[in-house]
Design a protein around this ligand. Sequence first.
Ligand code: APR
Ligand code: PHB
Length: 401
Amino acid sequence: MDVIHTKIAIIGSGPAGLLLGQLLYKAGIEHVIIEQRSADYVAARIRAGILEQVSVDLLKFAGVDQHLQRDGLPHSGIEILTQGKKHRIDLAGLTQGKQVTVYGQTEVTKDLMQAREQAQLHSYYKAQDVQVHDFDDAPYVTFNQNGKAYQVQCDFIAGCDGYHGICRASAPQDKIKTFEKVYPFGWLGVLADVPPVADELIYVQSDRGFALCSMRSETRSRYYLQVPLTDHVDDWSDERFWEELKNRLDAESQQNLVTGPSIEKSIAPLRSFVTEPMRFGKMFLAGDAAHIVPPTGAKGLNLAASDIAYLSAALIEYYRTGSEQGIDQYSEKCLQRVWKAERFSWWMTHLLHRFDSESEFDLKIKQAELAYILGSEAGQTTLAENYVGLPYEIMDLDQLS
Ligand code: APR
Ligand code: PHB
């Protein structure tokens, strides 16, 4: 068995694990990443694409924003389409100039992987039977790779291994509490090399269900439809998808919609999920390992980034000064922001989707709520300030340098 000594063992090479690795590297803190999938698989996963300004700042600070600056599309507003009419939410105007950036999470992952390769930092891909041990005292991780057994002895374990990972599953049952809400529908997503239907994202509330018109670039569109969980992607030919999307849009968007062959099509279930706490002795959970949001608020990657900002600051402080203050406060600080983003994502999901269980009364109330939000500056500001991202303490990035 190969025994490796390091300071931090990061489990999972998604955006959370990769960003933590990059920030630790910048601070000169030794670490390894252990990932069960192949590098190609990780780099190809297609996911959401909206970055809050604080996430963009963090990626810049981490030194991985060259492509993001070149290809990212700054958006200062979004459209909400309801009752056949579009209403613009002036994100920048309502939040003292804050914007979001449209940039695929797949690209964020690739940029971080490339930076890692350039810095010649090691990741163990295709690691099998990954297990975390003794994280109350002297933590270590075991796994197999290419038929060889490894043991990684470390000071801390960072559980960045997503919703299905082993870190959360290894936490003692009597010390962990989880909160969950599963929604009775999914999102059917299509990626296509066609110009986006509009310059800004359109969130659609319609009698036929929710839809979202998003994009990756001026020539690549990303569209979503609310579909029953019982549907299978094979039920949705490209023709059927475009037809249904059209049916949920307003007349102007119907006219502007350019259709074409899909290059990716998949159905994802929607879930709200939070784990408390996010620290178990010398093991921390971060990103999807600790919480899931439905994609309606575009918060998944952004929450992973804020966890990592807190975690990296805590670890850097610990190694520089010996103080455990950041480590001790990690879980509580993250959870404060997590629950606010959970609330926003749940609220957007409720407001914009069609639920089979809704009565006519419920629908009228929902319509009134939408009318209130869209007709009031206070209502729009609430939506805007959550959408662009609530502030967090570490946005003084000096704390990480
Ligand atoms: N051992 C090692 N790696 C594992 C294990 C395991 N037992 N289980 C899972 N992993 C890996 C997965 O293969 C994946 O590459 O951990 C990684 C977790 O990555 P993500 O699921 O992308 O989670 P995270 O990095 O927290 O990113 C959060 O991803 O799903 C979106 O909306 C979410 O945008 C958010 C972002
Ligand atoms: C996306 O572009 O994939 C996207 C954008 C906004 C969301 C969710 C997904 O709310």
